[in-house]
Each structure stands twice: as C-alpha cells, then as structure tokens.
Write a protein of this length. Structure first.
Length: 495
C-alpha cells in the first residue's frame, strides 16, 4: 500500500504531546510491514534544519497556495525519520509557521492549518504520488477528506485514494467562525443546514472529518466506546454513532527504541527486569539533581504532563493537602494552565526536600523521571490512550491512574485482581473522579511500596508487558483496507 500520513507534530522535530510520539513511530512500523509511507508536517521555525537533516526540495520549488484570496509561496524540505527510510516532507510557509510555537491562539489559527492541509495535497500532487491511503490525525488535518472531494475533485491522481481520520483527542475539535469556510474555499453548502462542517453555528473541522473520511478510529478501544456517549463525546458522539460501522479503537503502540530502560540515551544507568540496580541509581541521580534527599524507604511520585484539566489536576488540587501528607516525595514536570503551574510552583517553594516542580518542557527530564521515580501518577478525567503510563510500566515505575480511556486498557489494578487470587496487577486505578478516590489509590501504592516482595512483583508484571507497535500497526492496515472498501460510498464522493 502507498500511505500518506499527515500530522501537525512529529517527534523528534516538534512535539507538545503523544500525537508526536505516534506520528514519529507508527509510519516506521508500517514501512517495516512492507508498505510505502510518506509523512507530512508543517515546517515550524523551531525545527533545527541542520540537526534534523532537512533538505530544500529544489525540484518542487515554490508552490503558490491561496488562502482566502491571498496567495502564499510555500516551499518544501525533506528528511528521513531517524533510523529509517521513511520520508518526511516539511511544508514551509514562514508567514504562518515561523511563530516560535506549534499551536497559537492567534486569530488566524484556522488559516495556518488550512494552508498546511492544502500544502499536503499539493506536495503529493507535485510528487505525482498516488496514495491508496491519506491518513489524517486530529483537527489540524481534518478538512483533507472533504478537500479531496471538493477543492481537488478534479484531480484524477486521487481517484483511488481513501481517507482515514484518527481522533487523538476529542477535546480539540478545531472550532472556528464561519469565515473559516471561505478561507478554506470549500463549497458553502457544506456549512448550511447542519451540513457536514457545521456544529453549534461554528465551522467544526473534526465533525467534517467524521462525516467525510472513509474510516475513522481513535487510540484505544475503551475510548472508542466512551466517545459514543454524551459524557465523553463532546458533541461528536451523535456523529460518531452515525458512523459506528466505520469507527474503531486501536490502542497506540510505543517505540521501545526510544522508551526502554535498557537502552535509553537520556538516563545515566541502564537496567531491566532481571536486574533493577540501575533504577535505584537513577533515583539517586534524579533526586541529587533536584536537591531532594535520597531515602530508599520513601517512594518518589512522578508526574510528566501537559497541565490541563483533562489530566486530572483539579482533583489533585482538591486532594493536595492529603497527598502531601503521605510519606513520599514528589517530582512534577509540565506546563499549561496558569492555575496549575502556580499551585505546583507554590508547593515547590513551601515543601523543600519533599516536592519539586519543573514548569516547562524537558525531554531529558521526562525520561529521567520515568526511570528515577517509583510511582507515576496519571489521574486523568479522560485519556484517549495515554503513553506515559505505558512508558512507566516498562521502566518499573508503578502507575496510579484513573480508570478511563486507554488508562483502563493498559493498567491492571493490583488489589482488584488480588481479591480474585490473581497476582497479575501492574498498578493502581480508581473509578470515581474525585479527590478521596485519588488519595486512596495513591495511599495504597505508598503503603505497598513498603512491602518489598509485593512491590517488586507489581514492577515486574509491568515490565513484562509488551505494547510495541507490531500488533497495532497490523490493525491500522486492516483499518486502511476497510477504508479502501468504503471509498466512494460516502455522500459527496466523486462518482
Ligand atoms: P498527551 O498527548 O495527552 O499529552 P500522552 O501521555 O499520550 O498525553 O503523551 C504525552 C507525551 O508528551 C509523552 O511522551 C510525555 O513524555 C511528553 N511530555 C508531556 N509533557 C512534557 C514535558 N513537560 N516535558 C517533556 N515531555 C513531556
Ligand atoms: C492525545 C491524547 C493521548 C494520546 C495521544 C496520542 O494527545 O490526549 O491520550 O495518547 O493523543 O494518541
């Protein structure tokens, strides 16, 4: 199969969260399965051209792309995903992408990603690449399926192309005022009378893809079920229900070439399930670096997260007085909403020796926290898949999670299985989204940390889990086959 894969962020070039990790690793696995894959992303000015081996594509040259009647000159650079033969095309339009960050709150955020989406299609045209599948990810690429049948309907190159849309997070839908439609130059009829792009009076990029893509999926089976309910669907549940025969859940894989305590380039001491000595050394190293005293009898609880309400920080705030009374130390890394940043900065100042927070993005520290802490906390309100808890399992860092989305699919509660006589638990989880339930689960973990044998059993159970991409990549191929069968069955298709 020929696969074109579009994403607004890709590791190692530009990353705010798990989408980048997925977009940097799934294409490599698809290639390993024998498929031809080309990947597309915007060329933000924060991408280091030299370090990442970007090369200007002279044969493509300048591409004029029109947004809302204004023509922008767009260029293309190319590189290969690290340690692979997968080509990545970077769409360069300084006016939109040289803003020092990946996403903005600027008035023309819709234009930035309309240009990107047109750019993806136009680069494919210039390469004369005839993809079987155009795989779109999240709202920044969600107009592509409709664009192929509207703006670019004339181009026979796409006659055999099916589109797939992956929802990594339904909370970000790309909602804009109706001008977005003029800017995208898609026929206005799609916006009228509850058309494929209209939702609550606004243009909704995600709804457009749900109606127009040949197949849709999200990043865990449990989240796929949740997305069909009003509680989790954020309004998209009704539309996904209409497409439920074409809507699937595929759990994300992880890249153990990057996230593996045996080989991790970002940690000083390597270890594995046979010998955990290196983990202790990493803990000492981490605590020393952060000016926290090392005490092998006390667990360190880690968080690495975008600081947004999705991640459960309001129940952390509600329960914080009880949480910090537990016999544990804390290391928090993340950035996001002001109120959470302020809470953690305050705790950092008021609890020396016990609590450290680092506000910002720091890839080295993220790896070191996975390796050097004992417990990893992820009490999300909702979580499409979640990658950090999967990384934690491999690092022998016992996750405490809320039982939602992909967290419920990947973490088995120790006590729940123990009551059935099974010692297969890999962490701790709680159902109710409130502070007492959270505190109770963290307390269970802190208590069990004292029981050496029990703790090691839970660690090893987790380290044995295998969430590599192999299984999930095969499921993506099945999804692509489903999309190909569906092609041209959708309303508004070419034929
Ligand atoms: P989400 O995509 O919702 O943010 P995931 O758990 O899927 O959640 O992925 C988060 C990814 O982003 C992980 O690779 C994590 O290590 C990384 N990450 C999140 N915040 C930071 C940060 N402040 N510094 C470094 N890496 C971070
Ligand atoms: C989103 C979700 C996260 C998921 C990631 C990659 O950012 O919040 O749960 O793991 O996408 O699919």
């Amino acid at each position: 199969m020929k696969i074109a894969f579009a994403s607004s962020e890709i590791f190692p070039y530009a990353k705010t969260g798990g989408l980048a990790d997925v977009a940097g690793s799934l294409p490599i696995e698809l290639k390993k399965l024998g498929h031809d894959v080309k990947v597309f992303m915007p060329k933000y000015n924060l991408i280091d051209e030299e370090k990442n081996g970007l090369e200007y594509q002279w044969d493509i040259g300048e591409m004029p792309i029109r947004i809302d009647g204004r023509v922008h000159q767009v260029h293309v650079h190319k590189s290969l995903l690290p340690d692979s033969e997968v080509e990545v095309y970077f769409i360069d339009c300084p006016f939109y992408f040289h803003r020092g960050q990946i996403y903005t709150e600027n008035w023309d955020e819709d234009e930035r990603f309309i240009l990107f989406q047109k750019g993806v299609i136009e680069v494919i045209q210039r390469l004369k690449y005839q993809p079987d599948i155009l795989h779109c990810n999240d709202w920044q690429t969600a107009l592509i399926p409709l664009m192929l049948r509207d703006n670019y309907k004339w181009d026979r190159l796409f006659d055999n192309t099916a589109t797939v849309f992956t929802i990594h997070n339904v909370a970000y839908q790309g909602r804009f005022s109706k001008e977005a439609f003029h800017k995208a130059e898609i026929e206005y009829k799609y916006f009228l009378d509850g058309g494929v792009s209209e939702y609550e009076g606004a243009v909704n990029f995600m709804k457009t893809a749900i109606y127009s893509a040949d197949a849709i999926n999200t990043v865990s089976e449990n989240y796929a079920r949740e997305l069909l309910t009003p509680e989790y669907g954020e309004g998209m549940n009704a539309f996904l229900s209409l497409r439920k025969n074409d809507f699937f859940g595929i759990l994300n894989g992880v890249d153990y070439a990057i996230w593996n305590p045996e080989t991790d380039k970002h940690i000083p001491f390597h270890y594995n399930a046979e010998d955990l000595t290196g983990k202790k050394e990493n803990k000492k190293y981490l605590l020393d670096k952060l000016n926290l005293p090392y005490n092998p009898k006390i667990p360190v609880i880690g968080i690495v997260s975008r600081m947004v309400s999705q991640k459960g920080f309001d129940i952390v705030a509600d329960g914080i007085e009880d949480l910090v009374k537990l016999e544990a130390q804390w290391v928090i890394l993340g950035s996001g909403e002001q109120k959470y940043q302020e809470m953690f900065t305050y705790l950092n100042k008021s609890l020396p020796g016990k609590f450290v927070s680092y506000i910002g993005y720091n890839n080295d520290l993220a790896h070191l926290i996975e390796a050097g802490t004992d417990i990893f906390l992820m009490p999300s309100k909702f979580e499409p898949c979640g990658l950090n808890q999967i990384y934690s399992l491999k690092y022998g860092t016992v996750p405490v999670v809320r039982k939602t989305g992909g967290l419920a699919d990947t973490v088995l509660d120790w006590n729940e299985y123990l009551t059935q006589g099974l010692e297969i638990g890999t962490g701790y989880s709680f159902w109710d989204y409130n502070a007492p339930a959270l505190v109770h689960s963290v307390q269970r973990a802190v208590n069990d940390f004292q029981l050496k044998e029990v703790w090691q059993k839970i660690q090893l159970n987790g380290m044995k889990q295998d969430y590599s991409w192999q299984k999930s990549a095969v499921k993506y191929i099945e999804l692509y086959e489903h999309a190909l069968k569906n092609r041209n069955k959708m309303p508004g298709t070419k034929s």
